[in-house]
Structures are given as C-alpha cells and as structure tokens.
Design a protein around this ligand. Sequence first.
Ligand SMILES: [Zn+2]
Ligand SMILES: [Zn+2]
Ligand SMILES: [Zn+2]
Ligand SMILES: [Zn+2]
Ligand SMILES: [Zn+2]
Length: 617
Amino acid sequence: MNRTLRVRQSQTVLPFGVGAVFDIQGESFVATGIGDWPQKGRQRVESPRLAGRLGVTGFYAAPPTANDRFDTPDAPGAPYIRFPSWLFCGSCRRMKRWRIADEKPGQPPRCPSCSPGRTLAPMRFVQICAAGHLGDVDWWFWAHSRQEAGERRQCGEREKLCFLVSERASGLEALCVSCTAKGCGASRDLLDILGTHGMRCSGRNPWQRAKEAVECAMPVQIVQRTAGNLYYPVVHSALDIPESDTPASHGDEELAARVREHDLWVSLCRIAGTARADVFRTMIQEDTGADDRLLDAMLAEETGQPLPVVSSDPAATPVRPDLSREEWTAFTAPAMPATRDFALRETTLGLGQETAEPWAGLHRRIGRVVLVDRLREVRALSGFSRVSPDATLVPADTSRRLKWLPAVEVFGEGILLTLDKNELTAWEGDTDVRRRVAGMRADFDRSFQKDRLQALTGEELSARFVLLHTLAHLLIRQLSFESGYTTASLRERVYARPEQDQYGVLVYTAAGDAEGTLGGLVQQGEPPRLAETLLRMTEAAAWCSADPLCAEHTGQGFGNLNRAACHACALLPETSCETGNTLLDRALVIGGEHVPGYLESIVTAARSAVAHALEEM
Ligand SMILES: [Zn+2]
Ligand SMILES: [Zn+2]
Ligand SMILES: [Zn+2]
Ligand SMILES: [Zn+2]
Ligand SMILES: [Zn+2]
C-alpha cells in the first residue's frame, strides 16, 4: 500500500492545528508549533482587520502540499511529529520508545524484534495537564507503580516493557504493561489508568525541546489520545468586509465627535507615539468611552501615521475579540459595499402582497434578506488549551517569538436574514420571554464557558441571541434537508448583541478553494423559495421525536445551557455551530407552554389553514 501522510492545507487550522493529535493510517501524530514551520512556501493570508484585533502582524497558511511528510527532511507543509512516542508490536507485544533518529523516510515504524518487521501501533493513552502540556505516559512508572520504592530501585532497565492482553478479562482490565527486565516482573493492568496518578508533568509539548520545558506543578491526567478534552483550539474567524475609508464605522460617529471635542484631543494628536500620550489617551477614553480601535483609527487619520503596529503585549489584546460589529454594519449598510470577495444583493421573501396567514405573519416578522454571492473568510488559530476550554492558553508559537498566526482562507456564499426590529422588541418585552431567558442566564452565568461564550453573545445573554441562534440551527437543518447540502457544510454566524443593535443571522458555506461554491445556497434564498423553507422549518420545529421530554426540558445539553433543543430537533455538527451547541431553545421560536414564540402565530396559522382545508374537503 502506498503510504501517504496527507494533511490538506485547509486542515492546518482545524481540525489538525498546532497541538492537535490525530491518526493517519494507523499512525498517530501531533502538529508542532509554528516555530517549526518551513519559511519557504508558506503563503501570506491577508486580513488586516483580524490582525489588528488579535494584536499580530499578520497570518500565514502552511505551504500547500499534496504530501505533507513529517518524516522527510525539508519536506514542505505544516510539520507533524510522531506522538505518542511509545509504540507497541501487535505480534510480539514488545513496547518500543520511538525516537526521531529511528524514523525511516517513507516507512512506518517497524518492530525491531519481530521479523519480517511488523508495523508498530501507538499506545492509546497519553498525559495532559491544565497548563496545556502533553506527554507520553511514563509506562515504566506505571508498570512499577504497585511496587515499593525500594523494589522499584532494583529494576535497572527503563525501556524493557511489554503491552500484554489477557483473554481472561475484558476492557481495560485485560490490558497490562509489564517489565521484562531480568528479575523484575513488575506489572500493572490498565483498569484504573484514566485520571490522575501523581505522575509528574513534563512541562512541555512533544515538539518542544527539553530546555523549553517549564517547571509544572499541575496534576497530570491520563486520557485516551482521542479524548475530547485533549485539545481545545482557539480559532478566530473574520469575514473579508470592505475596509472603510472613514476612521470609524457608522455607530461610532457620535463617539468620534465627542473625542474630537475633548480638551485633550488636539494635545494627544500632537504628542501621539510618545510615552506621555498614554496619559492623555486614558483620560480621553475615560471621559468619552471610546475604545482603542476607534482612537487608533482617528489618530491614524489625524496624524497621517499608519495604524500603530499592534502591541506585542499579549495581555493587552483580548483573547477573543468581538469581530461582529463591522460585519453587521457591512451587511446592513443602506448602500451595500462590494469588493471582489464580498458581494451582496438584497432580495425579499416575495410576500409583500400577501394578506393571508401564515404568509402575512412571516412577512411582518422577517426584516431583510440579503444574498451573499461571494464571501471570503479567514480562520486563524491563536492557540489551544487542554483539559478544559478555559484552561491556560498555549500560543500557536510555543517559543513566543513569532508575531504572526497560522490561518487559512476559504471562499463561499451565504444568506443573511434579519428580524423585524419592532416585532422583535415587542416580543422581547414579554414577561414570559424575559422570565424564560432569565433562567437560561442564571445557568449561563454559572457556566465555566461564560467568558468564551460572551465573545459571541455580548455582555449579557439576551432573548434575541437564543432566538436567532436557534433560528440559525433550524434553518441550517431545513436548508440541508431541502437543498442537499450537508449540515456540516453549512455554518452559522449569529449577530445578536442588543448593545450593538444587531438582530440577524448569516447562514453560509465556505469551502477551501478560491473558486468558492456554485451558487446553490444563494439560490435557496431567492423568492419564493426562502419563505417556503421558513414555513416548513417552523412547522418542523414544532415537533421533536423526543417530545414531550425535549419540549419541557428545563436544562439539557452541555452545562444545562439548552432548553427545548436536542439532537433530534436542533443540534448541529460541531463545525457548523459557534457556541458548541449551547444556548438553544425551540420554544422561543415556535412557542411553548409557558412562553410565546417569535414565530408562534405562523405555526398556529399554518395548522389552522391545514384544518380548514381538511374541513372543506
Ligand atoms: Zn514485534
Ligand atoms: Zn522493572
Ligand atoms: Zn504541565
Ligand atoms: Zn428535541
Ligand atoms: Zn450554533
């Protein structure tokens, strides 16, 4: 069989970004830090807006290559190294600690003891800590961990181990690691291997050199190398919207005026760039509420200086900046901006003349429909954490010297849908809606994911966020049902921060190449198709195969952050959802026993229309 270790360029941010562990053809690897990336061939990915917000100088994509070989010297592509380095032979059961020097270009690791050299398999378990470190399990320690310390010292061999399977037991109990050193015979099965065992952390990731290791006192956890908590990438996504020439976007005009009127503004412009400027700057910010972005843009305009090249202090830039504001502004601008990679056109549901329900109701509740014929999205990886999503962030450059991040660009198309603002405000004011969302907010405030999710929801969890987010899920499911797109190929972007006056969702598809997709999704947004899709979506959402349990749930899903939403009715593949399938509630869309849904009258009208039609038959 031809052995090609292939990771496509588009996979080098997700799912195989820096720090990820993955299998290719039975071998297991870890993607190394970008410090190990080849200089040659990597491609610059432009996204000044994202770079500014993340405080980096720019982005690079790994060199595109049909054959990313970790084991061929000078191979292009994002590099990977073998991990775990402890392997075992399925035939003689000997374990072997594999070193880089053992690698033979183009060949899988083979057992040195068996002939004709059976391929070695990676051990299934690895160790991680909350500081983001990853390492091999100390298998020698494990095999000898049932012994007294004195007995242990008797064993002189560190690498004579066997990985045995017993036929008398099942599961992990059937597996055991034994020491074959002369006169030792220490052994321990793997029954309770998962968890913490007081092992020491290596203080680094596998690609880091020993001298890069830090003293780490975090408890070490042993997990399967495919475990979900091994790797939480932090990925930022920005749409390529036209850069505006004005210093600030729409809603900033007032703020900008206040800054210009400030007593210190002229002085600040004069001394911009000096140490004293910071004092003025802070005072202006305190008095006006202007943020760094606005001040930077205004200063750049006023002084003719380029935008400051981003601070190198990681603490000064937010881990997850809000990128929604400019996108929302671009999508909802009265005159639509257009560039090669951002092409919009407004359409309608085609229901303007309808007076009969449910169409008239749908027309009333939906605001604008904007078809996005072309979009470009940049996805950048700033780092990852292990053990939990809010654990220590390990930067994509573990040496912390580089000022760029790995990224990929993808092209696609989409449909942006907004709600009617007056209808939405009226619905949000309903006491029952507020009570229901207050309950979700309590769970949200308790959640360890709060910080991460707040970057999407805004400061406070709002009814409109849950409504629009659920709508996005239901729409993706319905579109996939009707158009042949898989749910995994469609993505959501929820614009629902009340403080920024957002009330829409974008459903889009973005594939790897510059050609983008073929207009199939946008076609689904043309009248009268979208109105029909929305109606069928609403009807479908009124029923879940897990009802009445699902409909009446007071807290399901991760961290109890969902209400009436489960796999059968509202959840999406991981790649489609921004929030990890949390903060969903069908009842806010179609209504529930204790809460009116935003589209409830449409369900009711559609039902009575059917009943009516049946009566007349
Ligand atoms: Zn062997
Ligand atoms: Zn031993
Ligand atoms: Zn550690
Ligand atoms: Zn359900
Ligand atoms: Zn989602």
